[in-house]
Design a protein around this ligand. Structure first.
Ligand code: CA
Length: 226
């Protein structure tokens, strides 16, 4: 498992690197945004850990630039900012998850495990469908009405979860526990943000909506019966 760590504070960087190497992860480092981006684009990583405040190019810009070329690589943002707006901006820039500094190392490990867990590892050529939407777990691709839908790794995991539970109402807690394998701070609207990302990519421009909100209950993926 190969991880790219983009963090400019030497103490924090070496603490994370040592800890990850003890867990048998292979770690490559960059101390500024532009070098981090260069490495991210030229090499293959299972995960990229990206600080937000970085010299040369900030983490949000780096994240957006990586996403343009590599929609599926997992990106975990580190933020010392703490404000919800900054977290949402991070997710909007294409990060799959975020962790607020200072954090406990075991929390970082839990996030890494969740992000690097392979979706559909067991069934190589398995396909999940609903209406004209198709998810191919082997090639990790999604199409709607035959057209490719580009999803980030986290969006793919969320859609995979909704597809496995199609026709059933799933709560935000179900989604948080199954897709994020963690619990967010109370009041966090991360799930809603991701559902909106998915809606834009899957339902926008199609007459039959697939993602439905049940106020006070959660979400359901089903064919529009209206
Ligand atoms: Ca920093």
């Amino acid at each position: 498992m190969k991880i790219l760590l983009v963090e400019d504070e030497p103490k924090v960087a070496s603490f994370i690197k040592k800890g990850l190497e003890e867990q048998a992860y292979e770690v490559e480092q960059a101390y500024d945004g532009s070098f981090g981006l260069k490495l991210a684009l030229q090499n293959e990583y299972d995960l990229i850990i990206l600080d937000i405040i970085l010299p040369n190019m900030n983490g949000l810009e780096v994240c957006r630039a990586i996403r343009k070329k590599k929609p599926l690589v997992s990106i975990l943002m580190l933020t010392a900012l703490g404000a919800t707006d900054d977290k949402i901006t991070g997710l909007d820039a294409g990060a799959d998850d975020y962790l607020t500094k200072p954090f406990e190392f075991k929390e970082l490990l839990a996030r890494i495990r969740a992000l690097t867990r392979r979706v559909g590892e067991s069934g190589a050529s398995e396909k999940l469908t609903i209406a004209d939407l198709e998810m191919d777990l082997g090639s990790k691709t999604v199409t709607r009405a035959g057209k490719p839908v580009n999803l980030t790794a986290r969006e793919f995991s969320l859609l995979h979860y909704l597809l496995r539970n199609r026709g059933r109402v799933v709560s935000r807690v179900d989604i948080t526990e199954s897709v994020w394998e963690t619990s967010f701070d109370t009041g966090s609207n991360v799930i809603d943000v991701y559902i909106n990302f998915l809606r834009k990519k899957i339902d926008k421009g199609h007459s039959g909506k697939l993602i439905h909100t049940l106020v006070g209950m959660g979400y359901v993926l089903k064919e529009d019966d209206a």
